[in-house]
Design a binder for this molecule. Structure first.
Ligand code: ADP
Ligand code: ADP
Ligand code: ZN
Length: 221
């Protein structure tokens, strides 16, 4: 099974991804996580990507397409994968189709998590991430049991540099201009399932499960 999670920065893609990969035996592929790991390790890819992430701009399509293509070919993605944060442009979506065709695979579901802009801003500016395992928290909406300490591994929590107010606004703008057209793109292909992301984490999770358990129809014509 191949699932795409679509939604603005802060919509809750990463949070939901963590919750569903286990149940549906999917491998979580987050292009953002891969890029941040490369920046931390100072690899060639990391050096290429850093400026874009710092500014809240998108990394060039060909760079991310190559990352995803290589990742999808790894053995742990054969049974199923969940794409989180990719594709982010129509160009990326088209390239993904070519890659999948070459592998004789197809997209099963595109789940669009819809959240209002004010909510996105408070989610992103209050987000905290575990340095060690990458788990996601929120100061108010999903706080860890002990302040600044990861519930899962005891790691230290930090705030992403691009979660500052200024960069958040830029990222939402980039999303509106470059990523939002994908909603219509996938709706036309009858792959889109929209869920209301302006609810608490467990309610959103339930809706995702309903889609993936095949109880809901796509919105397409
Ligand atoms: P994305 O991967 O789409 O950028 P995240 O999953 O990282 O989004 O969520 C952004 C922030 O909002 C995190 O701090 C997360 O804990 C919090 N969050 C996620 N889903 C919800 C929700 N349904 N209600 C409130 N806060 C949420
Ligand atoms: P969020 O969902 O909170 O916006 P991500 O972790 O998905 O954050 O992405 C962080 C940054 O990584 C983006 O602002 C962008 O610079 C880069 N990035 C991630 N995925 C892509 C992609 N598919 N195409 C281009 N750039 C990407
Ligand atoms: Zn952790």
């Amino acid at each position: 099974m191949l699932v795409i999670l679509l939604g603005a920065p802060g919509a809750g893609k990463g949070t939901q991804a963590e919750m569903i990969v286990e149940r549906y035996k999917l491998t979580h592929i987050s292009t953002g996580d891969i890029l941040r790991a490369s920046i931390k390790k100072e690899t060639e890819l990391g050096k290429q990507a850093k400026d874009y992430l710092d500014k809240g701009e998108l990394v060039p399509d060909e760079v991310v397409v190559k990352i995803v293509e290589e990742r999808l070919k790894e053995p742990d993605c054969q049974a199923g994968a969940l794409l989180d944060g990719f594709p982010r442009t129509v160009e990326q979506a088209k390239s993904l189709e070519e890659v999948l065709e070459g592998m004789q695979r197809k997209i099963d579901y595109v789940i669009y998590i819809e959240v209002t802009e004010d909510e996105l801003i408070s989610r992103l500016t209050g987000r905290r991430i575990c340095r060690d395992c990458g788990a996601t928290y929120h100061l108010k909406f999903n706080p860890p049991q002990v302040r600044n300490v990861c519930d899962q591994c005891g790691g230290e929590l930090y705030q992403r540099e691009d979660d500052s107010m200024e960069t958040v606004k830029q990222r939402i703008k980039v999303y509106r201009e470059q990523t939002e057209p994908l909603i219509e793109y996938y709706r036309r292909k009858s792959l889109l399932h929209a869920v209301d992301g302006d609810q608490d984490i467990n309610k959103v999770h339930q809706q995702l499960q309903e889609v993936l358990d095949n109880n809901s129809r796509s919105e397409g014509v």
